[in-house]
Design a protein around this ligand. Structure first.
Ligand SMILES: *[C@@H]1O[C@H](CO)[C@@H](O)[C@H](O)[C@H]1NC(C)=O
Ligand SMILES: *[C@@H]1O[C@H](CO)[C@@H](O)[C@H](O)[C@H]1NC(C)=O
Length: 194
C-alpha cells in the first residue's frame, strides 16, 4: 500500500514537472516582443535614395484621377475651400508629359484643412511600378501649402524595398491649368531605407 502511494506520488511529481516545462515553453513561444539583430531581416547598410517624378492631378474631363468625395456646408463659402475632401489615384510619370513612362501612382486622400490659406492635408501612398521598385510603396503624411513654390511633406514609412523608410518630399507646381483645375506637380523625394 505504502509502496503504491509512493509510486503514485512520484508519478505525480514527474507529471507536474513535465507539465510545468510545457507551460514555460508555451509561454516562451508566445512572447509578445523579442530583440532581433537587424541581420535577421537581412538589413545591411542604410541607403539614401532620391526619386524624381511628375504627379498628374486631373480633376476635369471624363476620366478624372482626383474626385471630390465630401465637403462641409461652409466649403462653398470658404475662400480656401475648407472642408473639401478628395480621393486621388494620380499617375506618376518620369517626365512632365502624361504620355511619358508611368513609374507609379499616388493613391490616397487630400483635404482642405486650413481656413486662412490654401493648406491641404495629404495622406497618400506612392505605389511604384518601375523596375525593381514595382510593388514597393512610400507613405506621405503632411501639409501641402499649395501656393508656396516648394512644399515639403514628410515620408513617414514604406514597404517592400522601402521598409523602414523615412525622409521628405518636395513638391513644386510644374503646370496649373486655371480653367480646368488640372495640375502637374514635380516631386523630389529623399528617403533613407535599407
Ligand atoms: C456648393 O457648390 C456645388 C457645386 O460646386 C453645388 O452643387 C451646391 O449646391 C453648393 N452648395 C451650397 C450650400 O451652396
Ligand atoms: C509589376 O508587378 C505586377 C504584379 O506583380 C505585374 O503584373 C506587372 O506587370 C509589373 N509591372 C512592371 C512594370 O514590371
Amino acid at each position: 500500500m505504502a509502496k503504491t502511494l509512493h509510486h503514485l506520488a512520484s508519478s505525480f511529481v514527474i507529471l507536474s514537472t513535465v507539465l510545468s516545462f510545457l507551460i514555460v515553453a508555451d509561454a516562451k513561444s508566445q512572447r509578445f516582443t523579442t530583440y532581433l539583430s537587424p541581420a535577421t531581416l537581412g538589413l545591411k547598410k542604410e541607403k539614401l535614395s532620391h526619386l524624381h517624378f511628375y504627379f498628374h492631378d486631373i480633376v476635369s474631363g471624363k476620366n478624372p484621377t482626383a474626385v471630390q468625395i465630401a465637403r462641409a456646408d461652409m466649403t462653398n463659402t470658404s475662400s480656401t475651400g475648407f472642408g473639401m475632401v478628395a480621393m486621388i489615384d494620380d499617375p506618376l510619370t518620369m517626365r512632365p508629359e502624361l504620355s511619358s513612362k508611368l513609374v507609379g501612382r499616388a493613391q490616397g486622400i487630400y483635404a482642405s484643412a486650413s481656413q486662412n490659406d490654401l493648406g491641404l492635408l495629404m495622406t497618400m501612398n506612392f505605389a511604384f511600378m518601375e523596375g525593381k521598385y514595382n510593388g514597393s510603396t512610400l507613405s506621405v503624411l503632411g501639409r501641402n501649402s499649395v501656393m508656396s513654390t516648394v512644399r515639403e511633406m514628410p515620408i513617414v514609412g514604406g514597404s517592400g524595398l522601402f521598409r523602414f523608410a523615412r525622409g521628405y518630399a518636395q513638391a513644386s507646381t510644374h503646370k496649373f491649368d486655371i480653367k480646368t483645375g488640372d495640375a502637374v506637380v514635380e516631386y523630389n523625394v529623399y528617403v533613407f531605407h535599407y
